[in-house]
Write a new protein. Structure first.
Length: 207
């Protein structure tokens, strides 16, 4: 059983209870609006400072609770999204899971020649940022047909079902990431994916 799967089993009950609250109706959620909020040229809310280095104990907890799942083919590239300062996000899998989830998995790469911070991807919600520092908790899926926005699931303590505690990326470095969302209706097979400081991209859901 993968780390992600074991984590999911521990937190699914809490996350399911919040699913309804995390899917909100979006009026006019076209590509233009999403692009403005998450365009690669926009400034992240907290991207100006680098995170403090976690202790070994903290790092162990982060890896146990938030590591991406296995069985993902790194050679599959569903989308490549450009961010700031030479950062790119490659999406490898977008899968509808049993239990009403959509899991997005990919890899963030630093194509620049400088060490890059990973703050700013958790979004601007203060509680979410506090509970999930240096994470991808700010991601969202947009169902344009259903006019709904789906945010990353979180448990009753505010911890997201996503990768957290991401260390600054060294030049040429990369790190795997995953995010879990409430699943749109089965009739929805394509959504827009948004992550702060990255451009918006369209993704097809499998499964």
């Amino acid at each position: 059983m993968s780390i992600r799967r074991s984590t999911l089993s521990r937190r699914t009950a809490a996350a399911v209870s919040l699913t309804a609250a995390l899917a909100f109706a979006v009026s006019g959620c076209g590509t233009d609006d999403g692009g403005k909020q998450n365009d690669a040229g926009s400034s992240p809310s907290s991207g100006s400072s680098e995170p403090s280095k976690p202790t070994e104990e903290d790092k162990g907890e982060k890896q146990e609770d938030t590591a991406a799942g296995d069985n993902v083919d790194p050679n599959v590239k569903l989308a490549e999204v450009r961010g700031q300062r030479g950062i790119t996000l490659v999406i490898n899998q977008v899968k509808r899971d049993s239990g009403g989830f959509v899991t997005v998995q990919g890899e963030v790469k630093n194509g620049s020649s400088e060490r890059q911070p990973t703050s700013g991807w958790a979004g601007s919600e203060s509680l979410l940022v506090t509970k999930n520092p240096n994470s991808v908790a700010g991601a969202a899926l947009i169902d344009k047909a259903g006019k709904k926005r789906y945010y990353v699931l979180r448990d009753t303590e505010g911890r997201c079902l996503c990768t957290t505690g991401i260390l600054p990326l060294q030049p040429g470095g990369s790190t795997p990431v995953f995010m879990q969302f409430p699943a749109p209706p089965a009739t929805t097979t394509e959504v827009d994916f948004m992550l702060p400081t990255f451009a918006t991209t369209s993704l097809k859901i499998s499964g």
